[in-house]
Write a protein that binds this ligand. Structure first.
Ligand code: ADP
Ligand code: ADP
Length: 230
């Protein structure tokens, strides 16, 4: 379980200040959602935490250690591996099997036997045992999304970052996957940071919601608190 802290973190793209200086803690082992309209800076914040972007000011810490230090300008790849990511596009490799898709990121690291055990466990956790030799096009949308989850959890990360992971699915499947994803995250006891513009999704899944607008944090609280406030 990883705790994330942002200290005075800001980011601009040219003239656009995507993220105004922000101080923030994402608590370990909780499901936290970034909620806000398109363009408010959610993805930018997520990418800064993932170490995929450098902050213009400030620092992002994972369990007190810098993910990307502005002073040093050194990326710490070990941290990347501690973070799983799931995007809107499942981004599965179309010509690889389910097994190969999930095993891919492990290939560089461990030994064959460890890889097989890790992949087996991850596929069990997302209920895809038996689907190892299928290719993505032979799977339903929900199953493809579960492969993407398996890929994100196979390294046993302390944190998973989700960027609108369900928005490509139809409404019915979206609701089903919402429960599945939530249960999986709770079961694993992973810290989750989930980006969405969908209020219903945020309300039903989160321990805590962070509402963003125009590159700022507007409000923060439990779904009940956010719902009650005017
Ligand atoms: P959200 O995820 O809430 O939709 P983003 O973080 O993607 O918001 O974007 C915040 C702002 O930064 C928007 O105005 C967007 O157009 C701008 N932006 C994001 N990424 C880039 C980029 N690579 N180049 C230029 N502008 C960007
Ligand atoms: P490589 O030669 O690239 O190291 P692997 O040994 O990882 O290949 O896998 C060879 C083939 O066997 C792949 O097609 C993979 O999908 C399959 N495979 C290996 N282990 C398992 C497993 N435990 N369950 C299902 N398929 C497996």
């Amino acid at each position: 379980m990883t705790e994330i802290t942002l200290q005075g973190v800001s980011k601009s793209y040219g003239n656009v200040q995507a993220l105004k200086p922000v101080d923030l803690t994402i608590p370990a082992g909780k499901f936290t959602t970034l909620l806000g309209p398109s363009g408010c800076g959610k993805t930018t914040l997520l990418r800064l935490i993932a170490g995929l972007e450098t902050p213009d000011t400030g620092e992002v810490l994972a369990d007190g250690k810098p993910v990307f230090s502005q002073q040093k300008r050194i990326n710490m790849p070990s941290h990347r591996r501690e973070f799983g990511m799931v995007f809107q596009e499942f981004a599965l490799w179309p010509h690889m099997t389910v097994y190969e898709n999930v095993a891919f990121s492990l290939k560089a690291a461990g030994q064959k036997k460890q890889i097989q055990e890790s992949v087996k466990r991850a596929l069990e956790q997302v209920r895809l045992t038996g689907m190892e030799q299928r290719q993505p096009h032979q799977l339903s949308g929900g199953q493809q999304q579960r492969v993407a989850f398996a890929r994100a959890i196979v390294m046993q990360p302390g944190l998973i970052l989700f960027d609108e992971p369900l928005s490509a699915l139809d409404a019915l499947l979206r609701e089903e996957m919402r429960h599945e994803l939530m249960n999986l995250v709770r079961e694993l006891g992973i810290t989750a940071l989930y980006v969405t513009h969908d209020q219903t999704e945020a309300m039903s899944m989160s321990d805590e919601i962070i509402v963003m607008q125009g590159g700022r944090i507007l409000q923060r609280g439990t779904p009940e608190n956010i719902y009650r406030s005017p």
